[in-house]
Design a protein around this ligand. Structure first.
Ligand code: EPZ
Length: 407
């Protein structure tokens, strides 16, 4: 393949910012919104609560939360994605109460929400976590919250709940991912007073109200990384446009260790294609700015054809290797025990029928299918559509032989 591909807006920022707009007393217009399933489901969920949501302008969402009355989204909707848990913090900030059924999302581990609830309770809320999460707070007050585990979701959710609480809230041991910073910037754009996002201590000074705003999302860090892996794995000269190279440093360093040279521009990235197979490497996923857990799955497909034996240690989630069974069907030699996967590089992979079992595992199968000899049929693409905008069209424009077919 060859040519240029433009990265879409950040999914894990969008799925937090859309619920965050519920806290506003005015209309919010957000640009560079990715056209993905999770955004459509969240729009439907906000409408079900009484908000007016307009997605008619491509790449833009307009949210008018002024008529929202309900504090209880339906389980049918919340089960469709993980990020529905952000409705807890947003509804709590707006109404002082929320009744949210449990979230869904990719099965990559137990994924408890105890740290989210610990934060809400510290802010003065009473929490009942049965088959729905019921949260009531006569008045939310500032607090000091020390997260037992670095959690993107809990960091953002507590930030949402605290923006209008009486007094100052300090969250310690915060996640520092780019999308955490993005949500803080959006809230500040609406009049919140948040400092320190991107470091491990975030301070939120409560304000009386949040006003309308317009905002443009940053590009998606994980989509950028997926294109970097695709370019390397298929020896293609692809210019990745509208990305933020500094967000990609851990992956860039690992690709350089594997023998690739990377050409970095202001907002572009290019992996210099090379004929020989990548060198085997050791990967350990860590919270940002470490190697992202979301990229270990696509990266593992590239390592299937490395020279030598690679290992991947997944330190964030306890079950994020289900895609390896599918890669084995394509001729990969890989196994895992507990948190460590071992991948012995082979000459090539072979196309066959495989199944996507989660979003980034599905991305791994696309990488493998592009690398393999012969045709690969991937089922379960609804997982992939949750997080990658127009991935088939983008690949076709680069010259890939890929099409979506009706089963
Ligand atoms: C977010 O999930 C992302 N999802 C995930 O991306 C990403 O893999 C993850 O952050 C880590 O970067 C969204 O933003 C919608 P965590 P989240 O809370 O918030 C444990 C993708 O492919 N934990 O940072 O669920 C948890 O079990 C998705 O785009 C608790 O123990 O992740 C995990 O081991 C997949 N208690 C670790 O912390 C809690 O209350 C990190 O989870 C919360 C989390």
């Amino acid at each position: 393949m060859s040519g240029e591909v433009t990265v879409s807006g950040a999914k894990n920022a969008a799925v937090a910012i859309i619920p965050a707009a519920l806290i506003s007393d005015g209309v919010c217009v957000i640009d560079n919104i990715p056209e993905i399933e999770d955004v459509k489901v969240l729009a439907e969920t906000l409408r079900s609560l009484g908000a007016k949501v307009d997605l008619s302008v491509p790449g833009q969402i307009t949210i008018d939360p002024t008529e929202v009355k309900s504090i209880c989204p339906s389980e049918k909707l919340t089960r469709k994605m993980r990020a529905s848990y952000y409705l807890m913090g947003a509804l709590l900030a707006r109404f002082g109460s929320a009744k949210v059924p449990p979230p869904g999302g990719c099965y990559i581990g137990k994924r408890p929400i105890d740290q989210h609830l610990k934060g809400f309770m510290a802010l003065g809320a009473d929490v009942k976590n049965t088959n729905v999460v019921e949260i009531n707070a006569p008045a939310l007050h500032g607090a000091e919250v020390y997260l037992d585990v670095v959690s993107v979701g809990a960091t953002i959710n507590i930030m949402l709940a605290a923006v209008k609480a009486e007094g100052t809230t300090t969250i310690f041991n915060c996640a520092k991912e780019p999308h955490v910073v993005e949500v803080a910037n959006f809230l500040n754009n609406m009049g919140a007073k948040i400092k320190g996002a991107g470091t491990d201590i975030i301070k939120i000074r409560g304000v009386k109200q949040l006003h309308s705003c317009s905002y443009t999302l940053i590009p998606d860090q994980i989509e950028t990384g997926t294109w970097m892996v695709i370019a390397a794995a298929t020896k293609s000269d692809i210019t990745i446009k509208n990305c933020i190279p500094t967000h990609m440093e851990s992956l860039s360093a690992k690709l350089e260790e594997a023998g690739y040279r990377i050409d970095e521009g202001e907002d572009t990235l290019r992996i210099i294609p090379k004929e020989e197979r990548p060198r085997a490497v050791k990967v350990k996923t860590m919270v940002y700015p470490g190697f992202p857990t979301d990229l270990q799955q696509p990266f593992s497909a590239l390592l299937c054809c490395a020279q030598g034996t690679s290992t991947i240690t997944e330190t964030i989630f306890e079950q994020r290797y289900r895609h390896l069974d599918e890669l084995r069907k394509m001729g990969a030699t890989t196994d895992f025990n507990d948190r460590v996967a071992v991948i012995e590089g082979v000459e090539k992979l072979y196309g066959t029928d495989v199944e996507a079992l989660d979003l980034r595992g599905g991305a791994a199968l696309i990488v493998a299918g592009l690398m393999a000899e012969g045709t690969t049929t991937i089922t379960g693409v609804q997982y992939i559509d949750r997080g990658y905008e127009k991935i088939v069209e983008k690949l076709q424009s680069l010259g890939a032989d890929i099409e979506r077919v009706k089963m």
